[in-house]
Write a protein that binds this ligand. Structure first.
Ligand SMILES: O=C1CCCN[C@@H]1CCCn1cnc2ccccc2c1=O
Length: 484
């Protein structure tokens, strides 16, 4: 039928799967793989347009490296690959014959790119080297696949930069992290926390990992939104990426790598969707306004259709992504439900009365508010409405997320908050052993609790505050929770 068969608060998993099928994705006959249909691809492209322009301002250049990785290079560094090896997909045959040597499909491109960084970087004038690629990666995961959130192939951008000094690397890590915050908060209207990953959770091959973390109130799970790593000189050592500095001495480069993926779209769907379906933030909506005629038996139907077409033309002229739905085989009511399901942020209805009064009726998808607007001031009104919708969606999501945050000080409080699906802010001694212990003690069928990040914005930590898990002196406030 037309509507969703379950409610968001009743059966979130089923709700999410159904909402995604309303033209964002199509399930594919290989498990963990999904078809990105135009309705979600358009969102990816809008984000890409923003991010690509921003990194170009930072002198990052786009490139493209092969999909295939030779085994020798992939396994070059044991502790980088150790935990990940089971996820690597391999090509072992071509046609009927086996390949002499199996070839891996990139799960990420450090080992693909860095042998060539070593070749291209000779002297300090070759630095900084800043490359990015927009591509797909494959990780053959076995934990439950979820559209956009966890798939065996996904689209992402991966930036790989090399500098002469650590200071330059440290600076870029945070500049990129700010762009990720903007993607989530300014485009997807999703609030995120910027922070540092723990030693346990960071990218094992790097020096430190920063991330933007989102939270899904319905499941009480954190979700890593995007990562920006400083790799230090670890990969430079592994791949011998050296340069001759101004004094003629040989030094190793300092590197970063950073990525966001199509997971962003899943986080947006989970955050904003309701029981009528998707709600798209205007900034990323491929159709921001849908104009629907409401003809009445003997009314001037042609006049109504012409008014719809003229309204779309005026809005498009002003750079607003507007479409009319003049299909004569669907009722206005059916169209309202259909476009609400697809999450179009603003609907405009034009009926006989609107025609007489030279006005249109607007209906907001985020809060349902209806308003009659004179056609003379339509464009300005709609621009304002779209901005209000964008801002309101962010504020509502931020309040919902804040309502989930619980600050705790003891183990018992931690367990209670965890079982109440809270986003937990706790004082922690920052010891890896303790994090591993918390994971072990909270292991359950819904997954263990772990650190999500230590926020850069640290609340006051009074002298003598003890770690909630170990009782040792706490060093920092850290967000904990179950995660995707
Ligand atoms: O996040 C990023 C940002 C973009 C570039 N790569 C880094 C780190 C990727 C970490 N990672 C993640 N899954 C993997 C899966 C298989 C093999 C290797 C890996 C792997 O190295």
């Amino acid at each position: 039928g037309l509507g969703l068969s379950v409610k968001k608060d009743e059966n979130f998993g089923e709700w999410y799967s159904e909402v995604c099928k309303h033209e964002m994705i199509e399930y594919y006959d290989i498990s963990g793989c999904y078809i990105l249909r135009p309705w979600s691809m358009a969102i990816w492209e809008i984000m890409q347009t923003f991010f690509d322009a921003e990194i170009k301002k930072m002198k990052v250049k786009n490139c493209y490296f092969p999909l295939f990785v030779s085994p020798g290079v992939l396994e070059k560094e044991k502790d980088h690959i150790e935990g990940f090896a089971p996820e690597v997909a391999w090509v072992t045959k071509s046609g009927k014959s086996d390949l002499e040597v199996p070839i891996a499909i990139r799960p990420t491109s450090e080992t693909v790119m860095y042998p060539y960084y070593s070749k291209w970087i000779r002297g300090h004038r070759d630095l900084p080297l800043k490359l990015n690629q927009w591509c797909n990666v494959v990780r053959w995961e076995f934990s439950n696949p979820t559209p956009f959130i966890r798939s065996r192939e996904f689209l992402w951008q991966e930036g790989h930069t090399a500098f002469a000094t650590k200071e330059e690397a440290d600076k870029e890590v945070l500049e990129i992290l700010e762009l990720y915050r903007r993607i989530y908060e300014e485009y997807l209207a999703v609030p995120v926390v910027k922070g540092m990953k723990s030693e346990n959770e960071k990218f094992a091959g790097g020096l430190y990992t920063t991330s933007v973390e989102a939270f899904i109130p319905n499941t009480g799970r954190g979700v890593q939104g995007a990562t920006s790593h400083c790799l230090g000189q670890n990969f430079a050592k592994m791949f011998e990426i050296n340069f001759e500095n101004e004094k003629g001495e040989t030094e190793m480069v300092w590197q970063n790598s950073w990525a966001y993926s199509t997971r962003t779209i899943g986080v947006m769907i989970m955050t904003h969707g309701d029981d009528k379906g998707l709600i798209l933030p205007p900034k990323v909506a491929s159709v921001q306004v849908v104009v629907i005629p409401v003809p009445y038996k003997d009314a001037n139907t042609q006049g109504i259709f012409d008014a719809c077409t003229a309204t779309v033309a005026a809005l498009s002229e002003a750079g607003i992504r507007a479409e009319e739905d003049l299909r004569d085989n669907y009722s206005p009511g059916w169209k309202y439900s259909n476009w609400e399901m697809k999450g179009v942020p603003l609907r405009i209805e034009i009926g006989p009365r609107d025609l007489e009064n030279d006005q249109v009726r607007t209906v907001r998808r985020d809060n349902g508010v209806k308003e009659d607007i004179p056609r003379g001031s339509l464009v300005e009104h709609v621009k304002e409405l779209l901005e209000k919708i964008q801002a309101n969606m962010y504020e509502v999501a931020k309040q919902k997320r804040e309502a989930c945050v619980e600050e705790i000080k003891t183990w018992d409080e931690f367990i209670v908050a965890l079982n109440k699906k809270k986003l937990i802010l706790a004082p922690w001694c920052d010891e890896e052993e303790v994090e591993r212990d918390v994971k072990a003690r909270t292991k359950g069928e819904t997954g263990a609790a772990k650190t999500l990040c230590s926020p850069f914005e640290q609340p006051e930590l009074p002298e003598g505050t003890l770690c909630f898990a170990s009782g040792k002196p706490a060093k920092k406030w850290t967000y904990w929770g179950r995660s995707y």
